[in-house]
Design a binder for this molecule. Structure first.
Ligand SMILES: [Zn+2]
Length: 329
């Protein structure tokens, strides 16, 4: 039997780390100074996508246009100090820009290719974090995760929530300030619990609660999840969401691990909880199918195609494999 108290291993987005070097964000003219240094690494971000060729993220050197972009109010972020030096992200509008060329190539060389399908293996393309999360690692992956999260926040928080005035970007891209009332606004991260609910009435053959929401079709099943509400602890959110969606009452809520999930702004808090009741009542409009699955059910479902599980980037997959006791095909 797996050790139910072991924290979740191998969370792809949760394990990626970069030295954010956050104390530098308040240095005067940090972005301007870094843009003037040829060894600074720049990552373009457009519509929460980043440029990639083969499995490599396309970093480039600063260009004169970056300074123009910054001077006219465009967002340039300081991502931190990577193993190859300081890194910036240039947040471009969705309709902007062909795929940028990597350092050492002329920008026009790469401009005609927009997708890997029509451009062949060597063609750079804009890719989302969902597409490339499993191909990147280390500070590359951490930089993309932070840049994509901040790109989506900046795109939707241009005005002050207090007075409606336009805000300006400060702190190297990590804060917006309202010039009318001086208020500061910080990037949002919305906590969401995601939970492996286990029925241990037969301790030798525990069963896992898996469900399908209306947005998924066919054999796809996953564990339950939901946003933490104001005034609520993670444990309370697990119990409330589980009861609302399935009718199951739970106890012994344990934290197993977390990872950022910037689609657009979540952090997923992975938990394990034990079912106190097992009859199921699917929440109308939220859950279309729900059931208890033994390990044999999971094995059989995956073998005959009647069950499909979430992808390996997700903490849902890690929670399911943690309960199962080993990686699943
Ligand atoms: Zn304001």
């Amino acid at each position: 039997m797996p050790d139910a108290t072991r924290p979740l291993p191998d969370l792809v987005l949760g394990d990626a780390v970069v030295d954010r070097d956050a104390l530098r964000r308040s240095e005067p003219d940090l972005i301007e100074r870094l843009l003037a240094v040829a060894t600074t690494r720049v990552l373009d971000v457009r519509g929460a996508s980043v440029p990639q060729r083969r499995t490599q993220l396309l970093w480039r050197a600063p260009q004169a246009q970056d300074r123009q972009w910054f001077d006219t109010g465009g967002v340039v972020l300081y991502l931190g100090h990577t193993s190859h030096g300081p890194a910036l992200a240039v947040l471009r509008p969705q309709d902007d820009a062909p795929v940028p060329a990597p350092t050492g190539e002329r920008p026009g060389d790469a401009a005609t290719a927009t997708t890997s399908e029509d451009g062949g293996d060597d063609a750079p393309s804009w890719r989302t974090l969902r597409d490339i999360g499993l191909e990147l690692s280390g500070d590359d992956l951490a930089c993309v995760t932070a840049a994509v999260a901040l790109d989506q926040w900046h795109a939707t928080h241009t005005h002050c929530p207090r007075c409606g005035a336009l805000t300006i970007v400060v702190e190297a891209g990590w804060v917006r300030r309202c010039e009318a009332d001086g208020s500061h606004h910080f990037p949002r991260t919305d906590p969401a619990v995601i939970m492996a609910i286990v029925d241990e009435s037969d301790p030798d053959d525990s069963r896992l609660l898996l469900a399908r929401g209306p947005r998924w079709k066919g054999p796809h099943r996953s564990v339950l999840a939901g946003f933490v509400e104001p005034g609520e602890s993670f444990e309370q959110a697990v119990a409330r969401e589980t009861f609302e969606e399935s009718g199951v009452e739970v106890t012994d809520v344990r934290y197993l691990g977390s990872q950022p999930w910037p689609f657009p702004a979540s952090v997923m808090i992975g938990c394990l909880a034990r079912a106190v009741t097992t009859p199921l009542r699917a929440q109308e409009g939220e859950i279309e199918e729900i059931g208890w699955y033994s390990r044999a059910d999971v094995r059989q479902g995956l073998a005959d195609g009647s069950l499909a599980l979430p992808g390996r980037l997700s903490i849902a997959r890690a929670l399911i494999e943690h309960w199962y006791g080993e990686p699943l095909p």
